[in-house]
Design a protein around this ligand. Structure first.
Ligand code: BTN
Length: 145
């Protein structure tokens, strides 16, 4: 067996060991949702706080989509293994803000699933338009391995 094959096998083994060792529903990592949007969540601190980056696949605007920062926290009370969480995306290419709230579930195959509900707030010019400025929806995220 050549060196490249050995290196590849070792890398795959290391990746599967680290995935198996990772505690379930700590949100750190790469996620993709039903729209094809993806997000990267950095390390979660002791208080459950995290930051990350969101790359949406869709937009309500015509502006060029850009990767945008997110800030959030997940519940750490009792170290429950299916915690609730929330995060805010401050869109870098539009005037809008989205807040997501949800819960991480572990299904019967051990797969982590984030069930979320979001509110997308768009900026409007005048108070009279406030009624149409907020939309609501839901997204399901799975880990992008
Ligand atoms: C904008 O349109 O001004 C910013 C992008 C909004 C993208 C929304 S947020 C909720 C939904 N889920 C996604 O992954 N993308 C859309």
């Amino acid at each position: 067996m050549d060196r490249l094959s050995i290196a590849l096998i070792l890398a795959l083994a290391a990746a599967s060991v680290s995935a198996a060792a990772r505690p379930k529903c700590v949100l750190t990592g790469f996620w993709i949702n039903d729209l094809g949007s993806n997000m990267t969540i950095n390390s979660v601190n002791k208080k459950g706080e995290f930051s990350g980056l969101y790359h949406t696949a869709v937009s309500a605007t015509k502006d060029e989509i850009k990767v945008s920062p997110l800030q959030g926290s997940q519940h750490r009370k009792n170290e429950q293994n299916q915690p609730t969480f929330g995060f805010t995306v401050n869109w870098s290419f539009s005037d809008s803000t989205t807040v997501f709230t949800g819960q991480c579930f572990v299904d019967e195959d051990g797969k982590e699933i984030l069930r979320t509900t979001w509110l997308l707030r768009q900026e409007v010019d005048k108070l009279k338009d406030d009624w149409k400025a907020t939309s609501i929806g839901s997204d399901v995220f799975t880990r992008f391995q």
